[in-house]
Design a protein around this ligand. Structure first.
Ligand code: PFF
Length: 446
């Protein structure tokens, strides 16, 4: 028989876990480079608008369903579906969510493995092991496989320990450290020549770009990926929130933390890139745009750290520990989705389930490592560009069109007794019923 369900023991614990899921590689390297290549503050402005107008309502949909049902996505969606057809659709959407998040974790683990390898590089150099350092920073299947496995072992061991002793405990330690490291790094980079040019590239708006469809699509994708939407992670975290919590308030705190840390990350990455430019490092690609994606993290920034002498070793150590922490607090939220399902619906013991699900995902990751060129980009784009927005759309439909409106209100009222007369209840139901689904589809078909 399955063990009793876990629960977050405090608001702080939930906030750290949920913002830990949201804040990840997407914030620290996706957001800043997207901003710089899409009209600077014009992108920032559009992103903030979409994050609060579309992604926050969708996040609330997941939190509300989760806390109401106190179950994984499959069971939760089924429990709010009155008819046979909607129940069938619920099971379908729940399973596609589980599959999608497992594949997201399979590519996320590869990139996170690189972060751990680059974290060990300055350590190896500090103790004079230069050949080990160069092995750590050279892209190779063996290195990638070892670090994928290491990263997944860390993820599995946190998830095995459960909601309170695993997710909440580790997120509450790691997230504050992440914020401190980020602020220290920003403070240091700001003292270096060239940093202000980066700040200008980041913050001066090019408003001619605001109506650009590509900018809208990028901003929307970024907002959905960043808030971990559509795949059941926020739903399952919502299911561990106690009934006394005010959901609209804690949902908005999660969105604020996520957006705030993305904006802070921009204050680090863009200035660092322009410092690198001043130090002779190439920061533009062949088409004249800023180098983004993996190239930024595994070549531009390490090249910058190398030009900084001994200090560079410590800056590299701080930066890659930041990246590893950001990855880990996201990966645990991903693994929790299939684990919660197998514990609750298949009666598996949590520890065993974490090992089994973690091993299956590790095998998929390793297959991608050994077939990197044909598979990696495909897995990323199927999961994040196709599956995730469609699932986000489905969640809006379930909460606004299938679930009974009174039950939704009743759930929000727990922890927020005056909800009915508040601003949230005046705006959100309309948004989630009409604006969100239409906007997701419009952007999707762009
Ligand atoms: N939000 C994470 C990031 O910005 O890197 C990525 C993510 C986490 C996506 C959890 C999906 C998910 F379920």
């Amino acid at each position: 028989m399955a063990a009793p369900r876990g629960e977050f023991t405090s608001r702080f614990g939930f906030l750290m876990a949920a913002s830990g899921s949201a804040v990840g590689l997407g914030n620290i390297w996706g957001f800043p480079t997207n901003t710089a290549s899409n009209g600077g503050a014009a992108f920032l402005f559009t992103y903030l608008l979409l994050a609060f107008a579309l992604a926050y309502p969708a996040l609330m949909a997941e939190l509300i369903i989760g806390r109401h049902a106190r179950a994984n996505a499959v069971t939760a969606l089924k429990s709010i579906s009155p008819g046979r057809f909607s129940q069938l659709a619920a099971v379908g959407v729940g399973f596609v969510g589980i599959l999608t998040v497992s594949f997201i974790l399979s590519f996320y683990a590869i990139v996170s493995g690189w972060m751990i390898a680059f974290f060990f590089d300055p350590l190896a150099r500090l103790i004079g092991m230069d050949s080990a350092a160069s092995w750590l920073t050279t892209d190779a299947e063996l290195r990638n496989s070892i670090f994928v496995v290491l990263f997944m072992v860390l993820t599995v061991s946190i998830i095995s320990a459960g909601v309170k002793d695993g997710i909440e405990k580790w997120a509450s330690r790691l997230m504050p450290s992440l914020i401190v490291i980020l602020i220290l790094l920003i403070g240091y980079v700001f003292t270096l020549p060239g940093a202000m040019d980066g700040l200008r590239a980041y913050l001066i708006p090019d408003f001619s770009r605001v109506a650009d469809p590509a900018l809208l699509v990028n901003a929307m994708g970024q907002a959905f990926f960043s808030l971990s939407l559509g795949v059941g992670t926020m739903l399952i975290y919502g299911s561990y929130i106690n009934k006394q919590e005010n959901l609209p308030v804690i949902g908005s705190l999660v969105a604020l933390l996520d957006v705030g840390i993305a904006v802070l990350a921009g204050l680090l990455i863009l200035p660092a890139m322009y410092v690198a430019l001043g130090n002779g490092v190439q920061i533009y690609d062949a088409s004249g745009g800023l180098i983004a994606g993996p190239g930024l993290i595994v070549s531009v920034l390490p090249a910058l750290f190398n030009t900084m002498g001994a200090v560079g070793l410590f800056v590299a150590l701080a930066f890659f520990s930041l990246m590893t922490i950001a990855s880990l607090t996201s990966s645990i939220s991903m693994l929790e989705v299939p684990v919660a399902y197998s514990v609750e619906n298949l009666g598996m013991e949590r520890r065993k389930s974490a090992v089994v699900m973690g091993s299956i995902i590790t095998v998929i990751s390793l297959l991608v490592v050994f077939n990197f060129d044909p598979w990696f980009d495909r897995v990323v784009s199927y999961t994040t560009e196709i599956s995730q927005p469609l699932l986000g759309f489905a969640f809006c439909i379930f909460v606004a069109w299938i679930w009974h409106r009174n039950e939704v209100l009743q759930e929000i009222r727990q922890g927020s007794p005056d909800a009915e007369s508040g601003l949230f209840w005046k705006i959100w139901p309309f948004y989630i019923k009409f604006i969100c689904p239409v906007a997701i589809l419009v952007v999707y078909f762009q």
